[in-house]
Design a protein around this ligand. Structure first.
Ligand SMILES: [Fe+2]
Length: 292
């Protein structure tokens, strides 16, 4: 199962892995990757690239095509950053794995995407305890070439720092989870993937679009802020944007009044369907029922 920890940028970060630098960055040390580590990248890359045509949204495919992300080697963050910087002003910086929330938000607010420096073990291709270079670079970085996502993730960084002060991080984290990590978008008359947690996962790339089990609901900000999510398995609900540009409107909303309003309502389980939901497809829930 490769859905674990995909957005756990800070939640479980301990002090054990703290590097010397205050912003938790480390050198990527690209030359030190072993042939086995590059081979793991190649296996994951090929598996996903075979699955994604017709499933990933155009912005992802386009970003991937224009970046120096190659089949046979772990990407060099400096080369990635050069191209990103020219297009959307972003950089990729290496971190040991999970970083504390405030560090993560500071990076995003300054258009630096912290990416795990390590790659998962070859015998654990579908198991992730912390986001690695494949999840972070293959999953997230192509979308950073899209101006809308570039602005949205920066705004999320600012919003995260503010939500920390307001004690509303949990509500904001659900927005990140159901968009940047597990978001779907309408495109060309179908649903397509833009979330990094999905595009970097072979099994969830199929599950989210093809399984009759999960719900697929129209995105509604206040609804999403109330909705729990799965960190240990596939999602039970996917929220669908009408268009990626809707993220920009999200970035402009003042969340503070919403935190108060939503904070007074019950939190919803990950598989809830409300009478007010815009149901695109109602799942039968079978996948998760069988796993209980
Ligand atoms: Fe992620």
């Amino acid at each position: 199962m490769d859905t674990t920890a995909t957005a756990l940028h800070g939640w479980a970060a301990g002090e054990a892995g703290r590097p010397a630098s205050p912003d938790w960055t480390i050198p990527q040390n690209w030359a030190a990757y072993t042939p086995q580590e590059h081979a793991t990248w190649a296996t994951l890359y090929r598996r996903q690239m075979a699955l994604l045509p017709g499933r990933a949204c155009d912005a992802f495919v386009d970003g991937m095509r224009r970046l120096p992300i190659e089949p046979d080697r772990i990407p060099d963050f400096e080369r990635l950053s050069e191209v990103l910087m020219r297009h959307t002003g972003w950089q990729v910086v290496a971190v040991p794995g999970l970083v504390p929330d405030d560090v993560f938000f500071e990076h995003l607010a300054h258009r630096r995407f912290p990416a795990g420096q390590f790659i998962r073990r070859a015998d654990q291709l579908d198991y992730l305890q912390e986001p690695d270079v494949f999840h972070d670079v293959f999953g997230h970085v192509p979308m950073l070439m899209h101006p809308v996502m570039a602005d949205f993730i920066q705004a999320y960084g600012h919003g995260g720092l503010r939500a920390q002060r307001l004690g509303a991080l949990e509500m904001l984290a659900r927005v990140y989870w159901y968009t940047v990590e597990f978001g779907l978008v309408r495109e060309a008359g179908a649903l397509r993937i833009y979330g990094a947690g999905i595009v970097s996962s072979a099994s969830e790339s199929r599950f989210c679009l093809e399984s009759p089990s999960p719900h697929r609901l129209g995105f509604d900000l206040a609804r999403v802020m109330r909705t729990r999510y799965r960190i240990d398995d596939f999602q039970q609900t996917y929220f669908v944007l009408d268009r990626l540009e809707d993220l920009l409107r999200l970035a402009e909303i003042d969340f503070a009044p919403l935190y108060e309003q939503v904070g007074r309502l019950d939190t919803l389980p990950a598989d809830a369907v409300l009478p007010t939901d815009a149901v695109i497809s109602r799942g039968d829930g079978r996948y998760h029922q069988q796993r209980v």
